[in-house]
Design a protein around this ligand. Structure first.
Ligand SMILES: *Cc1c(COP(=O)(O)O)cnc(C)c1O
Length: 430
């Protein structure tokens, strides 16, 4: 397999782009080597500029849940393109997408569209503060909520991959209202409340995906929500990754919890930049122009992005692929574990619906600390061997593999073969 053209573009890219990427997770920092440059994608396959074709388990880090360029989505986008790109005024499709979203999440009476997950969360946090009149926010170690200053501490995969504790350029003042708790550790949340009556709410990835996939244990979410109610604090669900992916109604639908504020992104735009935050009327009442919390966006509710989002969510709802996701990912789990056993490699698999994450370590992963004990060197070897055998994975031990509803038995065969070769390579290398 040749990567000559990718290599050339990478060198060219270094001149005017930082690290030749526009998001650090796309750099191959933790797996070594240089990032691939992509030419095109269709269905379950993605093709790099050297013409190498891969089964795509990155899916743009989640958004492409139907696979690439689904016919219906492409048609909707083409149609929208003919009418104009941006108007600075409302369109019918914004109302349409809002209804789809609010119908899917019972806790949302109203929604505001923004342009990214980062924007959705920073607005959601502002809203929690506006509504409660309190300043502090608790976040969980290892959860990532976008790159806004206030939440860029103990923030999971991107930073963990680069071994950064937090980010340079974030002033102390920006994080002084951010408190850290341990995922799956309700006591660590309670402790903060015992010492503080200025806490607006708790933000969580209900199923964590950014420290690798980590599942809430027992009734963690339900108990957390019940506890917060006794404190008059809000539960902010960051479902940027899990919204429409874990289930149409997100992780909340599965876990049986209704968040006070929900933040969405990724799948909601079907590959275009869309984020959203929403809540019940009483809370959304705070947002301008109804209330005094300001939040705005020149391109928010962009007509092309709305068309893509509507077409994606409609098709997704129709396909209802969640049982298939569960089946596919359970097969993948068994294959990973059996292959690891065959070659005597320590491996544990966390998965939830269409998110699958093998960790190269012994013993379970229930929080960030345990995730970080994984052997990233083994992952790097595994990663490159998967690439060489035609499977495109996120270049980090701490990122989920994403499934699309377009995956076929043939894709699974290819993935299975690659896993066998990659696991053998890991066993031979250590
Ligand atoms: C991806 C992600 C974000 C950030 O979304 P962007 O669109 O990259 O800004 C926030 N929260 C979670 C849980 C995410 O997975």
């Amino acid at each position: 397999m040749k990567f000559e053209k990718s290599q050339k573009l990478y060198e060219k890219g270094l001149v005017h782009l930082v690290g030749a990427v526009n998001s650090p997770v796309r750099a191959f920092s933790s797996v070594g080597g240089n990032p691939l440059f992509i030419k095109k994608a269709k269905g379950t396959k993605i093709t790099d500029v050297d013409g190498n074709e891969y089964v795509d388990l990155v899916l743009s880090y989640g958004p492409m849940i139907l696979g690439h360029r689904h016919k219906k989505v492409q048609k909707a986008i083409s149609k929208a393109l003919k009418k104009g790109y941006s108007f600075g005024a409302s369109t019918k499709n914004e109302i349409k997408l809002a209804k789809i979203v609010c119908d899917a999440f019972p806790g949302m009476d109203k929604v505001r569209f923004v342009n990214s997950g980062t924007e959705a969360v920073l607005s959601g946090i502002r809203l929690a503060r506006a509504f409660t009149g309190k300043d502090k926010i608790i976040k969980f170690s290892g959860c990532y909520h976008g790159h806004q200053d206030a939440l860029l501490v103990a923030a999971g995969s991107g930073l963990a991959t680069l071994s950064l504790p937090g980010s340079k350029g974030v002033p102390e003042g920006a994080v002084k209202n951010t408190l850290i708790a341990g995922f799956n550790n309700l006591e660590s949340v309670k402790k903060h409340f015992e010492n503080d009556d200025n806490i607006a709410g708790v933000i969580i990835e209900p199923i964590a995906g950014n420290m690798g996939v980590v599942i809430p244990q027992d009734n963690f979410l339900v108990e957390l929500k019940a506890y917060l109610e006794t404190k008059g604090a809000l539960l902010i669900a960051d479902e940027v990754m899990t919204g429409f992916r874990s289930k149409f109604g997100g992780a909340q639908e599965i876990l049986g919890v209704e968040a006070d504020i929900t933040c969405l992104g990724k799948v909601i735009g079907g590959g275009f930049p869309v984020g959203a935050y929403g809540a019940r009327n009483e809370i959304m009442q705070e947002v301008a122009p109804l209330g005094g919390m300001y939040q705005a966006g020149t391109l928010s509710g962009n007509p092309i992005a709305m068309a893509s989002g509507i077409a994606t969510l409609k098709e997704l709802k129709k396909q209802n692929p969640y049982a298939e996701f569960e089946e596919f990912s359970s097969i993948l789990e068994v294959i990973l574990l059996e292959t690891a056993k065959k070659y005597d490699v320590d491996l544990v698999v966390n998965r939830f619906g269409s998110m699958v994450n093998p960790f190269f370590r012994k013993g379970e992963v229930t929080n960030f600390e345990e995730a970080q004990e994984s052997d990233t060197k083994k992952f790097a070897v595994f990663f490159w061997e998967m690439i060489k055998n035609g499977v495109f994975l996120p270049p980090s031990q701490f990122e989920s593999w994403f499934l699309s509803s377009a995956l076929t038995k043939k894709d699974l065969e290819k993935i299975t073969k690659a896993i066998d070769l990659a696991m053998r390579k890991v066993a031979d290398s250590f």
